[in-house]
Ligand binder design. Structure first.
Ligand code: HGY
Ligand code: MN
Ligand code: MN
Length: 417
């Protein structure tokens, strides 16, 4: 084992790299790094250096992904794709996404230092937009590689009215060329992503690692409630058409239905009020509704119950109601073969790792359209994520790096056979 690749040393090196990447953030608590932002551009410089140290050639693709390819991959060999997203939520943590970019690159760099030549090509991708924070889009980069990019996403606009297409062009992407990014499934061995668990299961098990069985299905809606503005002091209470009171009743009903339904979670995460003035009855409220379930029928029935309740509550107060679905990704299963290979690598490294379901979405929701997907979860402190205090330990980061190195080694032996 290379002296520097003692797991703890590896883990510490990885955490230092993630600290550096976390500096590429808007001011404020935690990390805020949005798609096609200055912070995105800054962090690509750092990732490109990691890629070069791993023996890969970095290149920004037309959809805003930074793709690092080894010579074999560039020469058309069958290729394992690894990676995760560079973007974050608002005031997020250092590890959601970026761990899955930095870790495989450190693993490849360490194998290279050990003189290990893999029998297949490798690509590591820093996907540009998985969270959808800036444009309410999501999975832009992974959908491009999977040949499932939806050009209408280019029309999505951010809070300043900038379209995704305009932002991508200004960033150095090329909307016209995105379709050509689709990978040929014949040349892809699979997609493997390392990611923090973002939940409490691995801590409860006291395991550093876990092997993902499936990713949850997700849908998002934009709900607009229309009322009538008026003077807060002179308009009688009876008969007001207060859009915010109506929205509040709807949101409370969303919470009641979600809590009353097994395998059904969701959130109203964003809410905007117009005209948003201290002494004016709210004329219009727009809020986001996100629903998730591993079971399609639960999500569909739950959605219908929620939308019916919103219509009923709107009618009670003579409010207008508009509901637009903005995103949907069906639950997907990880490939048995990749799960078994990850399990074997954990066993070889004497790392206990059982299986678990992912309540979070990941780029695998898109990459599964291209190839088999596998995910290795890393324990995170208090199961906390999408929060500035998101944390992992150097020991766990090192264990995950070592297991991925073993996985890559074993795959090489399988391919060479
Ligand atoms: O929302 C999610 O599950 C992921 O963090 N994008
Ligand atoms: Mn996330
Ligand atoms: Mn993530």
């Amino acid at each position: 084992m290379h002296p520097d690749c003692e797991p703890l040393a590896l883990g510490q090196q990885l955490l230092e790299r993630l600290d550096a990447a976390a500096e590429c953030s808007e001011p404020g608590p935690g990390v805020t790094r949005l798609f096609c932002s200055n912070e995105h551009r800054q962090v690509l410089e750092i990732i490109a250096e990691w890629m070069r140290r791993a023996g890969l050639t970095p290149q920004l693709d037309a959809s805003g992904n930074l793709v690092g390819r080894c010579d074999k991959a560039r020469a058309g060999a069958r290729t394992l794709i690894m990676g995760s997203h560079q973007d974050t939520v608002v005031e997020g943590g250092k590890y959601d996404g970026m761990l899955g970019v930095a870790l495989p690159l450190l693993a490849l760099e360490t194998l290279k230092q050990q003189g290990v030549e893999l029998e297949y090509g490798v690509e590591v991708v820093a996907f540009g937009d998985e969270e959808g924070t800036r444009f309410q889009s999501t999975l832009i980069g992974s959908r491009a590689l999977a040949g499932r990019f939806d050009p209408t996403s280019l029309e999505a606009r951010d809070a300043n009215g900038v379209s995704l297409g305009e932002a991508l062009k200004a960033f150095g992407g090329d909307p016209e060329q995105i379709a050509s990014l689709a990978r040929d499934p014949e040349t892809v061995l699979g997609f493997v992503e390392v990611h923090i668990e973002q939940g409490p299961v691995l801590e409860q098990r006291d395991h550093a690692l876990g092997i993902v069985t499936a990713l949850t299905g997700i849908e998002r809606h934009r709900v607009t409630v229309g009322g009538k503005a008026g003077h807060a002091g002179t308009t009688p209470m009876p008969g007001r058409r207060d859009a915010l009171v109506g929205a509040a009743e709807m949101i409370a009903e969303v919470d009641r239905i979600l809590n009353a339904t097994e395998d059904f979670v969701g959130v109203v995460g964003k809410l905007e009020v117009r005209p948003n003035a201290v002494n004016v009855i709210p004329a219009e409220v727009t809020f986001t509704l996100e629903l998730r379930s591993p079971r399609l029928e639960v999500r569909e029935q739950g959605r219908e119950a929620i939308l019916a309740a919103c219509r009923r509550l709107a009618s009670n107060r003579q409010l207008a109601l508009e509901i637009e679905q903005t995103y949907q990704a069906e639950a997907v299963a990880c490939a048995d073969g990749l799960m078994q290979s990850l399990h074997n690598a954990c066993r070889d490294c004497e790392e206990p790792a059982d299986t678990l379901f992912s309540g979070a979405g990941h780029d695998g929701l898109a990459m599964c359209e291209l190839t088999d997907i596998g995910m290795l979860f890393v324990r995170c402190t208090d199961g906390l994520s999408h929060h500035p205090d998101e944390a992992i330990t150097a020991a766990d980061a090192g264990a995950a790096t070592r297991v991925l190195m073993r996985f890559l080694d074993r795959l090489s032996a399988d391919v060479a056979r």
